[in-house]
Design a protein around this ligand. Structure first.
Ligand code: PHB
Length: 399
């Protein structure tokens, strides 16, 4: 029940010392506040840099889900707080601490970049704040470092690519070069790709990489031309993905060496990439063209609200909103009822534009992975690459 007690003001200092303590791993547990007044929701997302558009799409999707439910959580009004995490892992703990210690959010929604997520994960585990991951796929968050208060609504980094290798092999690609940004998201996407492609019979002749968010692809594209594999597979996202697609075509590789990828390659970038993107085949837990009433209604509502087309990031933000609504309703807005809140979220069936999905024991979506091909600035579904795919959750002791 929603308590009518006057809210107890927190005595925590908001000084830089708190942030310092947080960075040193000395976070105090969240003080239990009376559950009256507004629910405090904190967005920690990239609003600048190569992932800026991803952050905006996630926030838009989340707000749309809440607005469609009358703008309340379990009957309570919402107050939003925002931090631009700049996709900078070195500021991850400090930025998450700002939301938790200074703004005293009830729930932290974030983020996109796997390295930054590790900072959030530390703060979430130390403070106990409810942490909803609307994108970053870093394995540890729902494997060795899993936690009862951390839920992911997106994917684990190896989930989309595990189904890619077989699709490539079946299309005649017996040899491949892999290329990515060298950080957790790219490395773990490679893990999934490697597993599926080798099992299908493929041979990986070279792994190429460059540091995030570097976009100087030229030397690597020259190397790919020299290696002349049957196909190229990759992980890139956001602004960097649009540039990679254009540079790949400009280097004369399009039409000669088919380009495949984890579906992020072609999400939210098709207008910027133009015809250079046509024909690219990817695997992903969503597609614009899913022909379901649920997806169509979502796309129309999003386009009407934001005058832009939604992508997978918008869907993930939307589903984060749906999951939170489900939990908040189950406890009538009392975020202190943690066991009941977590239990409701664990057993939720999310009726998503991507199709219905459920939570694994380690709090990661169990979901279908679609095979898509870019046609006319759209990711068109050409098959289902994997049904009800779950992450292994290896090392997670929950459940
Ligand atoms: C990540 O860093 O986990 C990440 C970033 C962007 C994506 C997917 C994963 O599109």
């Amino acid at each position: 029940m929603t308590s009518r007690l006057p809210s107890r003001r927190l005595i925590l200092s908001q000084s830089a010392a708190v942030i310092g303590a947080a960075s040193a791993g000395l976070l105090l547990p969240q003080t239990v506040r009376a559950q009256s007044g507004k629910v405090r929701v904190g967005f920690m997302l990239p609003y600048t840099g190569t992932f800026a558009q991803l952050g905006v799409a996630i926030e838009n999707g989340f707000r749309l889900a809440l607005e469609q439910q009358g703008g309340k959580l379990g009957g309570r009004e919402i107050e939003y707080f925002k931090v631009d995490d700049e996709s900078d892992p070195s500021k991850g703990v400090e930025n998450a601490s700002k939301l938790v210690q200074r703004d005293k959010v009830d729930v932290l929604v974030g983020t996109v970049h796997s390295g930054v997520q590790m900072g959030i994960q530390k703060v979430a585990r130390d403070s106990g704040v409810l942490s909803l991951i609307p994108n970053a796929g870093v394995h540890a968050a729902t494997r060795s470092l899993c936690a009862p208060n951390v839920f992911r609504t997106s994917f684990s980094n190896s989930q989309p690519t595990r189904a890619l290798g077989k699709a490539m092999y079946d299309r005649g690609a017996k040899t491949a070069v892999w290329i990515t940004w060298k950080y957790a998201a790219g490395d773990e996407a490679f893990e999934g790709f490697k597993e599926g492609y080798l099992a299908a019979g493929g041979k990986i002749i070279k792994e190429l990489g460059l540091p995030f968010p570097n976009v100087e692809f030229q030397a690597l594209l020259t190397e790919i031309a020299a290696l002349n594999p049957d196909a190229v597979a990759c992980f890139f996202a956001g602004g960097g993905a649009a540039k990679f697609i254009r540079d790949y075509a400009a280097a004369g590789l399009k039409g000669k060496i088919p380009l495949y990828g984890s579906g992020f390659l072609t999400e939210g970038v098709l207008a910027a990439a133009g015809p250079a993107a046509d024909g690219i085949i990817t695997t992903m837990h969503y597609s614009d063209s899913l022909d379901t009433p649920r997806n169509k209604a979502f796309r129309l509502a999003y386009a009407t609200a934001y005058r832009s087309q939604p992508d997978v990031y918008a869907v993930q933000g939307y589903d984060t909103g749906l999951l939170l609504i489900h939990g908040a309703n189950a406890v009538k807005g009392d975020f202190n009822s943690k066991p009941a809140l977590y239990k409701a979220m664990e057993s939720a069936v999310i009726d998503s534009p991507r199709g219905k999905w459920t939570m694994s024991k380690s709090h990661n979506p169990i979901q279908d992975i679609y095979l898509r091909q870019v046609e006319n600035k759209e990711n068109k579904v050409i098959g289902v690459a994997a049904k009800a795919m779950a992450d292994s959750g290896a090392g997670c002791k929950m459940g």
